[in-house]
Ligand binder design. Structure first.
Ligand code: ADP
Ligand code: ZN
Length: 290
């Protein structure tokens, strides 16, 4: 059997098909433009792989509506990307493909990927953050996503300012929340240089690690998960993980005893495939009437 995966990011879409072993058989990627244009590319891709296609798993940028009883279930809702506001994502897919669709956030999908075949395998409580153009977080408890009236928005938690940091923050809603202080664009605005072009010993990485350590601290005290995984473009800075681990240990100051730090705060085992593998896994186990 063949399963489909759609990682719908604010910058790019990645579509893939995979098998029962969650092996990726084929994958394409294209920029996120308008729903008309981008969804046409999605539909074209899956039309080429329609034979044996059992179901599709979608991990989407958000906010999204995932309340099954809601009239706008399956929609992207109040996103700052105007063309995508109130876009009926699942409905559009269903118009073209009469198969079940699993629907969740992009970070939940990546969290699920690590849970089924990455660093979260065999654990019961897994938290995943992506640190990229924005910061998003997803949490799993015994295989179920943590959610209430909606999905969590952990990337917008409040953080204490790093003493020497004079950057005012760039979240359009909260200014100096975690995303406003520590996502890729915040690093670029603070330093005038993209993260990938900064030297490894730039003070920016101390500041970044401080904010991410606060994020891990809050997460630990709120959820006491088995593992916290930090992924996304910014985490490609190899020196960052160790700094976050060290600063986290200082912050927590022995108050709670977490799993061994090098196994507790980690980067994704599946690297850039976490989202795709998560979507495939969600597609594989989606209920027939979804
Ligand atoms: P997206 O969030 O759009 O899916 P990414 O996770 O790649 O994409 O995040 C993009 C952000 O990450 C940009 O702000 C970019 O400057 C930053 N970034 C990408 N690669 C690196 C790197 N190697 N080091 C530091 N920052 C990076
Ligand atoms: Zn915010």
């Amino acid at each position: 059997m063949i399963y489909g995966s759609i990682e719908a990011g604010g910058t790019k879409f990645v579509c893939a098909i995979g098998n029962d072993e969650l092996e990726i058989l084929e994958r394409v990627s294209f920029p996120t433009t308008t729903p008309d244009e981008t969804m046409k590319a999605v539909v074209d891709f899956f039309n080429q792989h329609k034979e044996g296609l059992e179901s599709i798993g979608v991990g989407s940028f958000g906010p999204i509506d995932l309340q099954r009883e809601s009239p706008t279930y399956g929609y992207i809702t109040s996103t700052p990307k105007i063309a995508w506001q109130n876009f009926d994502f699942v409905g559009t897919l269903k118009k073209h493909f009469a198969i079940p669709v699993a629907w969740t956030t992009d970070v939940n999908a990546a969290c699920y990927g690590e849970y089924v075949s990455g660093h979260g395998k065999g654990l019961s409580s897994v938290v995943y953050y992506t640190v990229g153009t924005g910061i998003g977080g997803g949490a799993l408890q015994n295989g179920t996503f943590v959610e209430g009236f909606s999905h969590p928005e952990m990337g917008h938690m409040l953080v204490r300012r790093y003493p020497e940091d004079s950057f005012s923050g760039n979240c359009p809603f909260h200014q100096d929340c975690l995303e406003g202080m520590a996502a890729g664009p915040a690093i670029e605005k603070r330093t005038g240089t993209k993260g990938q072009d900064l030297s490894e010993d730039n003070l920016a990485w101390e500041i970044e690690a401080d904010y991410l350590a606060q994020c891990a601290y809050n997460t630990t005290l709120m959820l006491s998960p088995d593992i916290i995984i930090f992924g996304g473009g910014v985490m490609k800075q190899a020196q960052l993980k160790k700094k976050v681990q060290e600063k986290f240990s200082e912050l927590i100051n022995g108050y709670v005893v977490t799993p061994e730090i090098t196994e507790y705060i980690v980067t994704p085992k599946l690297a850039d495939n976490a989202g795709t593998i998560g979507c495939l896994a969600l597609a594989k186990q989606v209920k027939v009437n979804s």
